[in-house]
Design a protein around this ligand. Sequence first.
Ligand code: ZN
Length: 199
Amino acid sequence: MSVLDIRVLGDPVLRERTAPVTGITDELRSLIADMFETMYAAEGIGLAGPQVGHGTRVFVMDVDDNPLAMINPEIIESEGTERAEEGCLSIPEIFGDVDRSTRIVARATGIDGKTFEVEMTGLAARCVLHEIDHLDGKLFIDYMSLIKRKFTARKWEKEAVNYPDFIRKLEPGKKASRRSRSRSTSPTDSAEVPFEPEL
Ligand code: ZN
């Protein structure tokens, strides 16, 4: 297994629609193993194919110690709406509120080649929806208001210089250091910011 480079905002691969997987090959199994390794190294809870440069309809996730790979995933039921803050491993240091369904049922193919359905709520449901967006070339910043998006673009301009060629390199076997985050919108709030999921 190896830790892959993560593609960051600006890499065109993040904006392309992925191609459905037509067969479970050794190559795909190896990609999925590497994606888990990469997600854990980056301390994320979800990671989709395009984020590691693969236009493949697959993502991995691990919410509450429940690792899951979903191939050709689709949402077959959804209900409720909840607004919560999200981050993305491909857009480091940027966070924003996104409305997502509170409960979903997803259908996908597993690494054993069998189709399965799974019901998810809360953060797990949010994660699946965020990752499926990745497979359609969509990013969470697309949900921001125009003003927030302009602000984000300026912030990202400064951040992007850390990622030449839109590549974020992780150190294998070493956990990413979680930098302390301050909310620029509320400078008076110096308390610890609750964990924002990076997906
Ligand atoms: Zn993401």
